[in-house]
Design a protein. Structure first.
Length: 227
C-alpha cells in the first residue's frame, strides 16, 4: 500500500525578472516519494531543481499546487507552523556544507537539536552517535576549517539528520568534491539513509550516482519525466 512521505500536486512556480513575460520555472509538477524510497532528481543547470527542492522543503511557496509531508497538507499552515514542520520533518543537504565556522563539528549537530527542544545531554549523545556512524568521531572537536571537504560534507549529513526528519532533501550533495571523494561520500549518505529508513529526494547531474538510487526522474522545461 502506498505510504508517501512527500506528495507534490500541481506545483507551479513563475518568476518575473523584469522581462515582458514571466519565466515559468515549474509547470504542474506531480511527484510522490514513498516511505524509505530514494529518488534521484536529474536536471540540467537552471532547470529549476533548487526551486523544486525549496518548495518541497517549505523554504519557498508555490504559486499553485499542494505540498504534503507524511499526509499533512503543508500549504494551509501558518508561517510559524511551517517553520516548525521544516525544523522537525525535513533535513537539508546542499552542495556546500554551510557549517557554522565558529563551532566544532559536534556543536554544529547539537545546535539544531537544542533549537528543537532537546536537552544538552541528549543532543550531545546523538551528535556523537551520528559522527561515529559516518566515520569522523575523532574529528568532533574540530571546526569546519580544519576538516577536509569530505569530512565537512559528512558532518553536514549528520546535521541534516540531527532532528530525525521524515524527509531528506539534497541539492548536489557531492557536487563540490573530487570524483573519488564524491563516490565515498555518496556511499556514506546512502548507508545513512538506508539505516534510518528515510525518504530522500536527491538532485544530481551525475548519472552514475543517480543510477544507484531507487528511481530516477528528470526535470526539464518545468516538467518531470521518468528516466
Amino acid at each position: 500500500m502506498s505510504d508517501p512521505v512527500l506528495t507534490l500536486s500541481g506545483i507551479e512556480k513563475s518568476y518575473n525578472l523584469g522581462l515582458p513575460n514571466e519565466v515559468r520555472v515549474l509547470r504542474g509538477i506531480d511527484l510522490t516519494v514513498e516511505r524509505g524510497e530514494v529518488v534521484a532528481l536529474v536536471a540540467p543547470s537552471g532547470a529549476g531543481k533548487s526551486t523544486l527542492l525549496h518548495i518541497a522543503g517549505l523554504l519557498d511557496t508555490a504559486d499553485k499546487g499542494r505540498v504534503e509531508i507524511a499526509g499533512a497538507d503543508m500549504t494551509i499552515l501558518s508561517d510559524n507552523r511551517r517553520t516548525a514542520a521544516r525544523r522537525t520533518d525535513v533535513g537539508f543537504i546542499y552542495q556546500f556544507h554551510h557549517l557554522l565556522p565558529e563551532f566544532s563539528a559536534q556543536e554544529n549537530i547539537v545546535l539544531p537539536q537544542l533549537a528543537n527542544g532537546a536537552s544538552q545531554s541528549v543532543a550531545q549523545r546523538r551528535a556523537q552517535e551520528l559522527l561515529a556512524s559516518v566515520g569522523v568521531a575523532e574529528r568532533a572537536a574540530h571546526r569546519p576549517a580544519a576538516l577536509s571537504g569530505g569530512e565537512q560534507q559528512r558532518v553536514a549529513f549528520c546535521r541534516a539528520l540531527a532532528n530525525e526528519p521524515k524527509l531528506l532533501l539534497a541539492d548536489e550533495p557531492t557536487g563540490n568534491l573530487d570524483p573519488a571523494t564524491s563516490d565515498q561520500v555518496f556511499a556514506t549518505l546512502m548507508t545513512l539513509v538506508r539505516a534510518t529508513g528515510l525518504s530522500a529526494l536527491i538532485a544530481t547531474h551525475n548519472l552514475d550516482l543517480a543510477a544507484r538510487m531507487d528511481r530516477q526522474i528528470r526535470l526539464d522545461a518545468g516538467q518531470l519525466a521518468s528516466i
